[in-house]
Design a protein. Structure first.
Lengths: 258, 258, 258, 258, 258
């Protein structure tokens, strides 16, 4: 689970709920028609902008991105180095019994064991990388469009409420509550856009580049194993995929060793 | 018919209508002068920004895009492969009796049957591709401009209503209904922009790239048939035009077969 | 006269006037100090952003663009083809008596008759093309800046009106009319920006590319005549400047003829 | 003095003052704490965004740009041509007694007289050109940031005023004047941004390209004099720096002469 | 300490505090739930957009940037020139006892003393440069996102307050203070965004390029010392990193000397 997203989402919604509940009953903040017009209206309008498969795919990619944790690239590197050692000493078939968690790496090692050639492995794994990047791109676009549309639907809901209230304004005492209801859609729209849709779009964009980088690292590792490269060279090559910060820690040592 | 557009448009308008009707009579939301100022004013201003032919062409291209469904690229590929087989075995003239739905493919096959040479076929079909892309671009630009202008005309209408109301404010009881009418143009402008014009502009942009991709695939197919290419090579070449997702399904098989 | 601009401008202003007049006396919408602050203030601020010659040049280029109609590129092509025929059969001097409406073409033909060489003709005509593009660019920039500044001046005017009204608020009955007057500058600013300045900026940008294309076509034609090119080749070369739509109509015929 | 800036600034402020004074006493528009919060607050925040030297340099460059007039490029060209003639006939030392107003040209001619070589002259003059462009760029950035910050500080001031007014709302009669004062900061912010900061930023950007062009022309002229080029060639080379409009006037003549 | 940031921050907050305190008791401006919803909510939402390490790293980089002063590049140049002289006369080991404040320079000189070769020194120091640039980039992104989110959270807080106030509107006298509290979150959001987050983001972007330039200069200096370059050449080479303004002062002298 992505910790920053979990903490941030729970924290932000918790703070807003606290603000609502300390101010009295929270019931005045729940209005089913208002929820319908903002949530339903926004999703309908976003659906017009995309195809059905892009639209529903976006939710799946978001859920998957937050439930599955990104693998630690350093552990992956040491696993690839270990595999590279095994392959050199015992041959490709020895890799068959290794337990591998990373999907891309597992698929690549299976292809190594099956004796596929270089071009085929590269093509299949790159297709998989491209799909991941694509999926996250479409996900980010759908959530970003949601963040644009939600405040507009909130405003449309408030305008409808205001017109209804103003056109039937006989009891001045009823103005307050009616106006409160009218403002709810603007509140819902602002919350949906700023606390949910736009942050998720930004996180998916970040996730796209991180997942892409890890998958690219695995592909390079698998191809290096096939070429029978020296495990130390494999290691230093894969470290180029690490964050500059983490790379430097290892880098200083190797520089001193040089 | 484009399903996402149909569902989204009907759903969004349905939700707004439900919100209006559950709040009392919907009649207060209908005001002919307000409709005139937003709808008419927006179209007039958008007309200034374009030429008459671009302006009216935009509606035609939008209507056409939503009524005619995009062809399934996989069916097209198998039809092209079939035609390629026929052409190799029985010659170009055998293609004459094939029933072809796709316009570009049909035009291309007719030109093959007529014995036109490579350059002529390529030139004519590319012109047609360029026109399609162009038409969708202008359509998207006109609807995007509509989405910019409509809220502005809504605000102008509301300001006119407010000035009229305020300058003749003798009966405080009349303020409510007059203000309701003044707000209607803002509501109309927000709805025209956010629920109609901008989503259609985005869908036309998406449609432009999808239709362009299918037409480009058909052109490549026709030219490959003329060159007498091996149908299996034709198939794998055309699959590069498919979505990465769909391509991978086929791709894995061919990789396993390799 | 540019028909879309004429229709759109008259229509938009007519619709707004109708909305004003059907709501009662239009006199409350006329307030000389408000007009002065929005129109005068906007022009003064825009003047700061440019030089005097760019500023006044913008009005001239806008007026010229709307009064003079764009020439029909197809008629120009047939005239150039005719001139090309004459030049081949009777020599350059025969072109002297031809009546030519298009300025660029006329200037170019005059230079042909005078026996100028290729480089000189190209240089002089390209300078003229560059000037036209430049003039329209500056025009579009000035009107676009006007569209940015006008709503700001409208808001400044409204704020001044509100401060005056609120600081002297002794008679509650006077609030309505005073507020109406204060809102007028916002209305004027929104109208000046959205119904006049921004549409004209967009039209000048469109016009820039269209006039540039016609002038470039004439230059190519004049140079081709000088080179004594075959009139049929001249025609097909110039048709590349036509809209894809119109080009295709001619293109299909030539393809069938091929 | 830059005429468009002077006219525009005086005119815009004059129009606003007229609108204020015709509406009654102008004293309600002067509120020292409000001026402090908008002017002082904006400058403080802009200072955070830049270094002290960029911040104060911006005012100097703005003042200098508006006080010193741009030289007439045509007069400069004829002076350079004259110098070029003198240098060819009487040698470099003859240039010493020429009175030259343009700084860059004067510095360049002095270096010619001193017998510096080509590379040194080019390096020193280009450094000076780069500094001018840089200075105007930083100036434009500071004023553009001021135009962003001022409306925000105006809004902050108005919110402070509203909170103070609303939290102590016992006398309904005091609401009007208190609200008027609260709105003053929004008015100041809008005026500072739209009538002063943003127009000056735009003018400095324009000025940057114009001064840069004139300096580049002078550098080319000085280097051409050193190379002992034919004065007629020097002239036609420098005319490429003129506005297309002015260039064409001269250009047509030379074309006719060709 | 960065003087412009210190002065600007203290000045801007001082001006706002003065405006608050001169208007009566400042206590009405302190509301703990409002502070919680804006500050806490904004940080939670920003956290969703980034990873935890980016988020917390941003505060560290901002604190560090404002506490440590940028070194004077001219002093650094003279120190590097001095080191270069020593290295030529007394050998690399003589550099060991020099006191060096700049971290990059110190690290580089230590590596020179240790006798590392050119490639290793370059790699290690460039890694360090890349990390600094990266750290500032992420810092600027986090603060820029804070500047986007804070006004949105302020609006959400105000909407919650308005809904609570309007839905329980029985005592008209209580409206004023309740509305004042509701507006506080908008005020906090505007202040957090415009007076803190956005200016810091801009300053970090500026700092990124300045620190990067100084580090790059040190790296060039260290490498030049290793190559045993002439100290005068080292000096003129490093001066290319100075601001054009400062460079010119030195540049004129060297030009005169040439």
């Amino acid at each position: 689970m992505d910790l920053a997203t979990l903490l941030g989402m729970v924290g932000a919604i918790g703070i807003v709920l606290a603000a609502i509940l300390t101010g009295g009953s929270g019931l005045v903040f729940v209005n089913v028609p208002s929820i319908l017009i903002v949530l339903g209206g926004t999703f309908m309008v976003v659906m017009i902008k995309f195809s059905l498969s892009h639209f529903f795919g976006a939710f799946k990619v978001a859920a998957r991105a937050f439930i599955f944790k990104l693998e630690n690239p350093e552990e992956l590197i040491s696993q690839i180095v270990k595999l590279s050692n095994m392959a050199r000493k015992e041959g490709m078939l020895a890799l068959e019994n290794e337990e591998i968690d990373n999907e891309t790496l597992q698929q690549g090692v299976q292809m190594l064991v099956d004796g596929n050639d270089h071009g085929v492995i590269q093509a299949v794994l790159h297709k998989d990388l491209q799909q991941t990047v694509d999926r996250h791109s479409w996900g980010a676009k759908v959530f970003s469009a949601t963040g644009d549309v939600a405040p507009a639907m909130g405003m449309i809901g408030t305008l409808i409420g205001l017109v209804q209230m103003l056109s039937a304004m006989d009891d001045p005492k009823a103005i307050g509550p009616a106006m409160a209801v009218a403002l709810l859609t603007t509140l819902y729209g602002a919350m949906l856009a700023n606390m949910v849709a736009l942050p998720i779009a930004d996180k998916l964009t970040l996730r796209k580049s991180e997942e892409g980088r890890i998958k690219a690292m695995c592909i390079d590792g698998v191809l290096a194993i096939q070429e029978g490269q020296n495990p130390r060279i494999v290691e230093s090559m894969l470290k180029a995929y690490l964050d500059p910060k983490k790379r430097a820690e290892g880098g200083d040592e190797s520089a001193e060793a040089a």
